[in-house]
Design a protein around this ligand. Structure first.
Ligand code: NAG
Ligand code: NAG
Ligand code: NAG
Ligand code: NAG
Ligand code: NAG
Length: 396
C-alpha cells in the first residue's frame, strides 16, 4: 500500500472504531452535538435523535444539567431499538406564542415503540405572556396556544421524574398510545392560569399515572373519548379543576370510554373532585362504563363527586333533549374529607338514558362540619356503609 492508501485505511479504521464505540455505549450526549448551556439545542437534539433512532442497540440521549432553549420540535420514530431521552437540565420554550408555527405542541414524541423520557429535568413552557392572550374557553375564534408535550402513537412508554412547568396550554396530550406510564411526574402552573390541564388522554389504551403531583389552573387529569384502561394511583391534584371524564358527546365520531380506576388520591382545594360530564342535545351516542373512584381524600373541594349530563358551558348548546351518552358501572368508594358546598355529590344523569349500576359506598364528606348531601337525578345508586344525606329530585 502506498502512504495515501494507508492513511485512508487508517482513517476508515478509526472511524469504524469510534462509531461502533459510540453505538455500543449507546449514549448520545447533546454536548457532543454542539448543545451547550444557555444555547439553543433544537439542532443538536434533532441530530442526536437521528443517530440514536438509527442505532440498532438501545440508545440514550442525554441533556446534561444547565438551562437550554428549544424551539418547536417533533422527535419521530419508528426507531430501530428502544430509545431513552434523559433530561437533567431545564429546557425553556420560546415565550412568544407566535413562534410555534401553529403547532399544537411544543415537543412531540411520536410513532415510537419502547420510549423512555427520564431524568430530574424540567420542561418550562414559559406560558405567562401567552396566558394573557387566552380566551379560548369563551370564544371559538381564538388563537390556539401550544401545549408542552404531545405523546402521540407511542407503544410501551415511560415518562418518569420529569417536571412540566407553566405550559401555555395543556401540559400533556396523550393520543393514540398503548401502554404509557407517568411516574413521579409533576405538572405545575399557577392556579389562575387558563387551560393549563395536567394530563389529557384520548384514544389510548393502558395509561398508568402513579406517584404524580399536578397543580395547575385547569383539569388535573382528563379523559377524552377512546380512553381505555386508565389507572390513576397515588396522585395529588390541586389547585385546579380535578379529575374529569369528558366532556363527551359533542361529536358523532367519538369512541367509547371504558375502564378508569382512580385510587389513593388527594384532591386539595380543587373546583371539582371526580367528575363525569357529557353534553345534552348533541349527536354523540357512545357509552361510558367501568369508572371506579376509591380511597380518595377531598380537602375543601367545591364539588367533590359529580356526574353532569347537562354540561353546557357558556351556553354553547340547548338542553331541550337529554344527553344520549349511557353511563354505567360507576363506583365511588371510601371518599372522605371536606366539601366546599353543601352538596357532596351531584349525580345528574340523563333522562333519556339513566345511569345504571352506580354505587356510593363509605362516603364521609363534611361541609362546615356537618354531613354533606347528595342530589340525584335519573339514577338509583346502590348505597353501602356511611353515606351522604340523600336528596333525590327525580329518579329514573
Ligand atoms: C404500536 O402498536 C400498534 C398495535 O400493536 C401497531 O399497529 C403500531 O405499528 C405500533 N407502533 C410502533 C411505532 O411500533
Ligand atoms: C409496557 O411498557 C413497559 C415499558 O416499555 C414494559 O416494560 C412493559 O412490559 C409493557 N407492558 C406490556 C403489557 O406490554
Ligand atoms: C393543601 O394545599 C395547601 C395549599 O393550598 C397546603 O398548604 C397544604 O399542605 C395541602 N395539604 C395537603 C394534605 O397536601
Ligand atoms: C380510605 O381511604 C384512605 C385514603 O384516602 C385510606 O388511607 C384508608 O385506608 C381507606 N380505608 C379503607 C377502609 O380502605
Ligand atoms: C334537598 O333539596 C331541597 C330542594 O332543593 C332543599 O331545600 C333541601 O335543603 C335539601 N336537603 C338537603 C339535606 O340537602
Amino acid at each position: 500500500m502506498d502512504l495515501q492508501l494507508k492513511m485512508i485505511a487508517f482513517a476508515l479504521l478509526i472511524f469504524q472504531v469510534s462509531s461502533s464505540a459510540r453505538a455500543q455505549s449507546g449514549v448520545f450526549d447533546i454536548s457532543k452535538y454542539g448543545g451547550a448551556p444557555n444555547g439553543d439545542i433544537t439542532q443538536p437534539l434533532t441530530n442526536a435523535w437521528k443517530d440514536a433512532c438509527a442505532s440498532t442497540n438501545p440508545s440514550k440521549i442525554v441533556i446534561p444539567t444547565g438551562t437550554y432553549h428549544l424551539k418547536q420540535i417533533e422527535l419521530k420514530g419508528p426507531c430501530l431499538a428502544p430509545i431513552e431521552v434523559q433530561v437533567d437540565g431545564t429546557i425553556q420554550a420560546p415565550e412568544d406564542p407566535n413562534q410555534f408555527d401553529g403547532e399544537a405542541q411544543w415537543i412531540k414524541f411520536s410513532y415510537i415503540n419502547s420510549f423512555t423520557l427520564s431524568g430530574g429535568g424540567t420542561f418550562d413552557g414559559q406560558g405567562a405572556i401567552a396566558w394573557d392572550h387566552n380566551n379560548c374557553a369563551e370564544t371559538k375564534i381564538c388563537k390556539k396556544l401550544s401545549m408542552n408535550f404531545g405523546f402521540g402513537f407511542l407503544n410501551n412508554t415511560i415518562i418518569r421524574d420529569i417536571t412540566s412547568k407553566d405550559s401555555k396550554n395543556f401540559h400533556v396530550n396523550v393520543l393514540g398510545c398503548n401502554n404509557i406510564t407517568f411516574t413521579n411526574f409533576k405538572a405545575i402552573a399557577p392556579g389562575d392560569s387558563p387551560n393549563t390541564d395536567g394530563i389529557h388522554i384520548g384514544r389510548s389504551t393502558g395509561v398508568y399515572i402513579t406517584d404524580t403531583n399536578i397543580a395547575t389552573g385547569d383539569d388535573c387529569i382528563s379523559l377524552g373519548d377512546g380512553s381505555r384502561e386508565v389507572n390513576v394511583l397515588n396522585v395529588k391534584c390541586g389547585p385546579g379543576h380535578g379529575i374529569s371524564v369528558g366532556s363527551l358527546g359533542k361529536y358523532q365520531e367519538e369512541e367509547p370510554v371504558q375502564g378508569l380506576s382512580v385510587k389513593n388520591c388527594v384532591l386539595n382545594n380543587t373546583d371539582n373532585g371526580v367528575r363525569i360530564k357529557t353534553w345534552p342535545d348533541t349527536p354523540g351516542t357512545i357509552t361510558v362504563t367501568d369508572m371506579h373512584f376509591e380511597d380518595i381524600k377531598m380537602i375543601n373541594v367545591r364539588n367533590p363527586i359529580i356526574i353532569d349530563q347537562e354540561y353546557c358551558p357558556w351556553n354553547q348548546c340547548t338542553k331541550q333533549n337529554p344527553s344520549k351518552i349511557k353511563i354505567s358501572k360507576v363506583s365511588f368508594k371510601n371518599i372522605t374529607g371536606t366539601s366546599g358546598t353543601p352538596e357532596g355529590a351531584v349525580l345528574l344523569c340523563s333522562s333519556g338514558v339513566p345511569c345504571e349500576d352506580v354505587t356510593l359506598a363509605d362516603i364521609d364528606l363534611k361541609f362546615n362540619g356537618t354531613p354533606a348531601s347528595a342530589k340525584l337525578s335519573n339514577v338509583k345508586p346502590i348505597i353501602q356503609g356511611k353515606s351522604l344525606l340523600l336528596n333525590s329530585t327525580t329518579t329514573g
